[in-house]
Design a protein around this ligand. Structure first.
Ligand SMILES: *Cc1c(COP(=O)(O)O)cnc(C)c1O
Length: 406
């Protein structure tokens, strides 16, 4: 490890709680697909703040609108109307299956709202006692008590018992397991169409079709967690479009605000009706700055064909990674959809090692579990930048397989 990295690592012993395993650099600036650390070193960003800076860093179209809003009004609470909220909700519903939107601050909060909506819809609108939400193994839905109880990964739940009741976890991409889906208590299904944190696992189309049909036949809500897959990430505006299904509820966050804390739940009208004044709320949710960032993000994304660009660049990246896989034994598979790609390792090398080497060679990468290197570049990534990142990856895999690395 270089002196610089060692120094930065020492600097991590701070008054911040150690909830994150941080990489040993300090980032102070970003523009487009690059960020810079406090030593002036430039990194090509294939992490995008975990799939958040979909338009790249400090995108001009968003910066201008937010700067304008910054001099007008920062916060007024949800006791009053704000135009950016309404315009953002209009854009989200016009461009999706949904009819109504609830704005919040994060992915976990969006899923919390979806879970509350599902329970209330079953109990108040349908008039049943159903409350159970079915989720899947290796899923990730957030870190609140509700959403970690919904999450299908023991490591996320460790030490937080008792978990919130009302969730049942079934194996992902498993058709046989769907036979156990429906019970008298079941009211909804919540799933990611491409599991992000759990290892970049795309759902199989047939399985999703089966799942959607069971939900329809049994009047269960189909709720898709598009916190990571939404806002163009997979080469469609929302990942459900790949699957020819129509969900009832969708949660969004990450890419929605270009980095401003903003989440949303989008629902069909008959489901959204379950929320009436006083049933759900948040102080900051849809605050003028965040809503303005969301509105500018969506407007730019739709107006400039960024989703189309993500599809094209996603295929290019996937092709390059497949070629790379042919050359290196320790790469077991390449999985993903659009600009959400995973390099699956065979267990002889850890994702962390690849990512640390990437950092030293100027490319930011992400893990998705111990054995998957996840790539989530901004949707505006160019072919040259993809080539550059793949060249660095090839160099790293070359070093590892020739035994040059320690
Ligand atoms: C990141 C993520 C969340 C949690 O979002 P936060 O904003 O961190 O609360 C939920 N679901 C999925 C699929 C995610 O990727």
């Amino acid at each position: 490890m270089s002196d610089k990295l060692a120094t930065a690592e020492q600097a991590q012993a701070t008054t911040l709680m150690s909830t994150y395993q941080r990489f040993p650099i300090t980032i102070v600036k970003g523009k487009g697909c690059s960020v810079w650390d406090d030593q002036g070193m430039e990194y090509l960003d294939f992490a995008s703040g975990i799939g958040t800076c979909n338009l790249g860093h400090v995108p001009e179209a968003v910066e201008k609108q937010v700067a304008n809003q910054l001099s007008q009004l920062w916060h007024c609470s949800n006791l009053y109307h704000h135009p950016a909220q309404q315009e953002l909700a209009d854009l989200l519903t016009t461009n999706s299956f949904g009819d109504e939107v609830f704005l919040c601050n994060s992915g976990a909060e969006a899923n919390e709202a979806a879970i509350k909506l599902a329970r209330r819809y079953a109990q108040k609108v349908k008039g049943t006692n159903a409350y159970e939400v079915v989720t899947f193994t290796q899923s990730f839905h957030g870190r609140t008590l509700g959403t970690l109880s919904a999450t299908g990964q023991a490591k996320i739940q460790d030490g937080f018992a008792p978990l919130l009741p009302g969730f049942r976890c079934l194996p992902y991409n498993d058709s046989a397991a769907l036979e156990e889906l429906v019970t008298p208590e079941t009211c909804a299904v919540l799933l990611e169409l491409v599991q992000g944190e759990g290892g970049v696992h795309p759902a199989e189309k047939e399985w999703i079709e089966q799942l959607a049909a069971i939900c329809q036949e049994n009047d269960l809500l189909l709720m898709v967690d598009e916190v990571q897959t939404g806002i163009g990430r997979t080469g469609k505006l929302f990942a459900y479009e790949h699957y020819g299904i129509e969900p009832d509820v969708m949660s969004l966050a990450k890419g929605l605000g270009s980095g401003f804390p903003l989440g949303a739940v989008v629902a069909k009208k008959h489901v959204a009706k379950a929320f009436v004044p006083g049933t759900h709320g948040t102080t900051f949710g849809g605050n003028p700055l965040a809503s303005t960032a969301g509105l500018a993000t969506m407007t730019h994304l739709l107006g400039e064909n960024i989703v189309q660009q993500a599809e094209t660049q996603g295929s290019y990246l996937a092709g390059k990674l497949q070629q790379m896989k042919q050359k290196y034994q320790c790469i077991q598979a390449i999985r993903g959809l659009g600009l959400m790609q995973g390099i699956v390792l065979d267990g002889t090398v850890q994702a962390k090692e690849i990512i640390t080497k990437g950092l030293e060679q100027g490319v930011l990468l992400l893990p998705a579990g111990p054995d998957v290197v996840r790539l989530l570049p901004p949707l505006i990534i160019t072919t040259e930048e993809i080539d550059q990142a793949v060249a660095v990856l090839e160099n790293i895999f070359g070093e590892i397989e020739s035994g040059e690395s320690e």
